[in-house]
Write a protein that binds this ligand. Structure first.
Ligand code: MG
Length: 484
């Protein structure tokens, strides 16, 4: 066997590759086996509510740092309201595919079907420790709780923080705080002011407890959904009232998570993704956030309702201080997480999301999906491909009369992010192409007779997590969510 001597050029290349190998922070590297995955999911945080997306009144230094150290995703989509958004994130499916159309209420018979496969279940199969800390909101009946849907641990209020009800024999509204599947405490509304602090302590403890093995931390905050209850140390501190105070406390919490990862030397082994479940709750006035320059807010399929501020950080793997406008969303997190964990996604049951790893690692700036579909409940309202968004039904905004009739409206989001100029008349070919995409998706999972919708979870005799006080005759009953 003979050896060819290395040329000076080859020597230089070899030396460089050795150096880069020794200093992995210098260049994006291939994904290591089974990185930890942390998903921080804020409630009702608008597109413009954090520094990297233009907020100036409230300060978010930890998220600013996360953006400097990672990737800003500027066309990342959630869903218009809470429960469906959580279902999409955890299952990789649009809400209608899995019969989660909107918002669940305490004691409701429906929930995320336990037969669906969540990210937590998929990652647990790959050897991950899993925890959900914060707002669940995928059903409060025993079979629907996080510990039955793939999570080793749960700590939090299992639905929205504005669904407090008095317990039997009392008059003050309270919310159940669960540890795993048991009610540990009933919190009064003012006691919500310690939620961010308590959730954060649980989250960092979970990270420390599992520092030597792969973990998945799903961290859906109750903040910054109304009622707004910032912690004492943050009250009156921002320049944007109590809403800004709570955003600043949430940012502090992000800093605690990042600092814990740094202290345990887990930075390069951990992908942290930060995003929101839907747009700002505009009808709440100063207690709601902002989606500017996007149009609309929570509850609508205008961009402001569903396009959410998103950051991804993974030192040594995701390039620092970068931005991508490629279309992506919460439905892509399950395929992405499973790919990173080294698992293989079965072809059945079908999902809507795609693996974002090449986008995250800077190997491409193309979306892995042909299109994004905007559902409101079971109704497909719009479709986006590239910069073009076609709205095919009216898109009501809460508190604002729907301004448009039912004919399709076409927007170029690259040039008109605020959806002001309908270009349908100028581009009939594009309208037709996008209508075809919409019709195909609608036939599959939308509308009244879809071919591929899976059933919801259902219990025969639902009951609340604690006995409610009897409703007085003059009190309105909580609305029952509409059926498909
Ligand atoms: Mg929400």
């Amino acid at each position: 066997m003979t050896h060819t001597p290395l040329t000076p050029f080859a020597m230089k290349r070899l030396l460089l590759s050795v150096l880069l190998g020794l200093l992995p922070g210098l260049a994006p590297a291939a994904a290591p086996a089974k990185p930890n995955i942390v998903v921080i999911f804020i409630d009702d945080l608008g597109y413009a509510d954090i520094g990297p997306f233009g907020a100036t009144k409230q300060k978010t230094p930890h998220l600013d740092r996360m953006a400097r150290e990672g990737l800003k995703l500027t066309s990342f989509y959630a869903a218009p309201v809470c429960s469906v958004s959580r279902a999409q994130l955890l299952t990789g499916c649009y809400g209608p595919r899995i019969s989660v159309p909107g918002v669940y209420f305490p004691g409701q018979a429906e929930g995320l079907n336990p037969s669906e496969h969540t990210i937590a279940e998929r990652l647990r199969e790959q050897g991950y420790a899993t925890a959900c800390i914060g707002k669940w909101h995928l059903g409060d009946q025993a079979p629907f709780l996080p510990t039955k849907q793939g999570f080793d641990r749960y700590f939090g209020i299992p639905y929205s923080n504005d669904m407090a009800q008095p317990a039997r024999g009392t008059t003050e509204p309270v919310s159940p705080l669960l540890r795993d599947d048991q009610v540990a405490e009933l919190l009064t509304n003012p006691q919500q002011s310690r939620l961010v602090e308590r959730y954060t302590a649980e989250a960092t403890r979970f990270i420390r407890d599992n520092k030597d093995q792969p973990f998945f931390l799903y961290f859906p905050h109750s903040a910054v959904h109304t009622p707004i209850w910032p912690g004492e140390a943050f009250r009156g501190k921002s320049a944007n009232g109590r809403f800004g105070d709570w955003v600043e406390e949430m940012d502090w919490s992000v800093g605690q998570v990042l600092n814990t990862l740094r202290d345990l030397q887990l930075d390069e082994k951990t992908l942290v993704l930060f995003t929101s479940d839907n747009g700002p709750w505009l009808v709440k006035g100063t207690d709601g956030g902002s989606a500017l320059p996007l149009r609309g807010g929570k509850g609508s399929t205008w961009e402001g309702g569903v396009r959410v501020p998103t950051l991804a950080r993974w030192p040594g793997h995701i390039k620092p201080n970068t931005t991508s406008d490629a279309v992506a969303g919460t439905i892509d997190l399950l395929p992405t997480a499973l790919a990173l964990a080294g698992g293989t996604l079965p072809a059945d049951p079908p999902l809507d999301g795609r693996d974002l790893t090449p986008l995250l690692l800077g190997q491409t700036n193309q979306s892995p999906r042909e299109a994004h579909f905007y559902f409101s409940g079971y109704t497909l309202q719009a479709v986006r491909r590239g910069p073009w968004k076609l709205a095919i039904t009216p898109q009501p905004e809460k508190g604002v009369p729907a301004p448009h009739p039912a004919q399709p409206r076409l927007y170029n989001l690259d040039q008109d992010i605020g959806e002001q100029s309908d270009l349908a008349a100028q581009h009939p070919d594009l309208v037709a192409q996008l209508q075809t995409l919409a019709q195909t998706m609608n036939a599959t999972i939308g509308g009244p007779q879809p071919t591929s919708r899976r059933p919801p979870g259902l219990v025969a005799q639902p009951h609340p997590l604690y006995p409610f006080a009897e409703a007085k005759a003059d009190q309105p009953v909580k609305p029952t969510p509409s059926k498909p």
